[in-house]
Design a protein around this ligand. Structure first.
Ligand SMILES: Nc1ncnc2c1ncn2[C@@H]1O[C@H](COP(=O)(O)OP(=O)(O)O)[C@@H](O)[C@H]1O
Ligand SMILES: Cc1ncc(COP(=O)(O)O)c(N)n1
Length: 288
């Protein structure tokens, strides 16, 4: 692997080939989530980002009003185009829109050696709906994600709504996270990171990483901001960035947690609804 550095997040020296990460996800016209969040995060984490676009959403700070899913063959073709030529250090999935896209992505990942136990680790963020509740995944696609995509995930990163949809386990407090992690792990991913952002009453955001035997808490303060649009994508993309540099899953998740805490701390209002988490904290203010 070219350019591996001990410190995840470091910027590659000018002219050096950076590590690479691929996002397989939808476009957010508002720029806060989806491939836009992933690309900003990849840049901020010092890796070269690539995209396999699955859908175009019509979206702003108030929600998603429409989307068009791309033909599955075009999604697979994007993966096939970049994998052998540019090399994929790590991949992540976000919005996959339809069962046909899910199955095509699984097949293309197999051909490109992306997935658990293969050369390229795969982070599956099982995106089902936007934070406003707008569906981003067809009903029949949830079963495809649960039964066929999660088993090839190196790491799955569900939020608590996705845990409920995928496993039926309802989490209402920090004490319930371990049960959620066990139920998610039974679906087949090597590792599970349960995100606790939705436990609004908890003064902290303690996410839980689980490998089927041991769980590790990722503590962090709960920031007083409503502007967390794109938070899940940003966390998963930061984790994928660290994996692309050869970090272990626990190292990559700890890096991702540090990254998302800074991104939420810098989140800003934009539009009449919910603003995005920030990537600006990583940008130098040197004059051009
Ligand atoms: N108010 C907050 N303060 C600090 N961290 C947060 C806050 N809200 C969410 N997070 C963190 O952001 C990440 C995304 O969490 P969550 O909101 O649960 O997922 P999603 O964006 O997929 O719905 C997690 O690491 C979570 O702990
Ligand atoms: C294209 C796309 N992908 C993912 C999300 C989820 O992000 P959020 O939960 O912040 O709405 C989104 N809204 N749009």
């Amino acid at each position: 692997m070219t350019g591996r550095r001990a410190e995840p997040g470091a910027v590659p020296p000018p002219g050096a080939t950076p590590n690479t990460a691929l996002t397989i996800a939808g476009s957010d016209s508002g720029g806060g989530a989806g491939i836009q969040a992933d690309l900003k995060t990849f840049l901020a984490c010092g890796v070269h980002g690539m995209t396999a676009l699955t859908a175009v959403t019509v979206q702003n700070s108030l929600g998603v009003t429409d989307f068009l899913a791309l033909p599955p063959s075009l999604v697979a073709a994007q993966i096939r185009a970049v994998a052998p030529d540019l090399g994929v250090g790590a991949a992540k999935t976000g919005m996959l829109a339809s069962a046909e896209i899910v199955d095509t992505v699984i097949e293309a990942c197999g051909q490109a050696s992306i997935g658990a136990g293969r050369s390229t680790p795969l982070v599956v963020d099982p995106v089902a709906a936007s934070m406003h509740g707008d569906s981003l995944l067809a009903l029949d696609a949830l079963a495809a994600v649960r039964d066929r995509l999660l088993p090839i995930a190196t790491l799955a990163t569900p939020n608590l709504d996705e845990v409920r949809l995928l496993t039926g386990v309802e989490v209402t407090s920090r004490a319930g996270l371990r049960k959620a992690a066990e139920a998610m792990h039974e679906l087949g991913p090597s590792w599970v990171l349960i995100k606790a952002g939705h436990l609004a009453e908890d003064p902290e955001c303690v996410d839980l990483l689980f490998d089927g035997a041991e769980s590790h808490e990722l503590p962090g303060p709960r920031m007083r901001t409503p502007h967390t649009h794109g938070g899940g994508d940003t966390l998963a993309a930061a984790v994928a960035s660290a994996l692309s540099r050869g970090c272990s899953v626990p190292e990559a998740v700890r890096f991702g947690k540090r990254y998302i805490m800074r991104a939420v701390a810098g989140a800003y209002p934009l539009g009449a609804g919910t603003g995005p988490v920030s990537a600006f904290w990583r940008v130098s203010d040197d004059p051009v």
